[in-house]
Ligand binder design. Structure first.
Ligand code: NI
Ligand code: MN
Length: 230
């Protein structure tokens, strides 16, 4: 085995992570995303579904995926109870907490954003997550502004092998703020996400890459369906 974690980009802020033989889907928003029409949602594997916050563009496909696969939903306490009330398996966490699962561990981080379901139900505080598996560490920022709290990550949690940061602007950080976030978390390799899906978050990819490059950080932008390994 040449890698510990394989991360496939499913479009928008959706990821399929394979870690230690387990399948973790993050923020599934695939079926409504015209750009992700080549992703075969019906055969997507999931042992776990990690949700950063309750907005539609992060939870749209959660119920169908959880019902078909029996996956355990991992999210904040409010989102976890929202889904357990609907008969799905869920594990609630809260900001700053870490818990071990059979693939490794997940730690919930601070994200500055909002979080409510489409029906208006309160979705708790938004979060990012740090996934660790066999000594590799990946930070998924979720929808967030640039925050000074990001500086705590390398000091208190440790060096990252990859940071996954939103770069689409308007709803989250844009490329410039995200490149500063990458410095705060001391990441030299960044996977950009949460861009191009909707008109307000369309970006110039070459410009985004050059913004990161000027800080000596590699910005990776995957095609939808493409993957990388750490
Ligand atoms: Ni959001
Ligand atoms: Mn979003």
């Amino acid at each position: 085995k040449k890698y510990i974690m394989k991360i496939q980009y499913l479009g928008h802020a959706s990821l399929a992570i394979e870690a230690n033989g387990k399948h973790i889907v993050v923020d599934p928003f695939i079926t409504p995303n015209e750009l992700a029409k080549n992703i075969d949602f019906k055969s997507l594997k999931a042992d776990y579904i990690v949700i950063t916050h309750a907005h539609q563009d992060h939870v749209y496909d959660v119920e169908e995926l959880a019902k078909r696969t029996g996956a355990l939903i991992i999210s904040n306490a409010e989102i976890a109870s929202y889904y357990s009330e609907r008969g799905l398996k869920a594990h609630g966490m809260n900001t700053g907490g870490k818990f071990s699962f059979d693939f490794g561990s997940i730690q919930s981080t601070i994200a500055f954003h909002s979080s409510s379901f489409a029906d208006g139900t309160y979705g708790g505080d938004p979060n990012g997550y740090i996934i660790e598996s066999e000594g590799k560490r990946v930070y998924i920022a979720g929808d967030t502004a640039l925050t000074y709290e990001m500086k705590l990550i390398p000091d208190t949690i440790g060096q990252l092998d990859l940071a996954i940061l939103p770069i689409g602007d308007n709803f989250t950080m844009g490329a410039k703020s995200a490149s500063i976030a990458a410095e705060y978390v001391q990441a030299t390799k960044v996977l950009g996400y949460h861009y191009d899906t909707f008109p307000p978050i369309k970006i110039d990819k070459a410009e985004a890459k050059s913004i990161f490059f000027s800080r000596h950080i590699q910005l990776i932008l995957l095609e939808i369906g493409e993957d990388l390994t750490v």
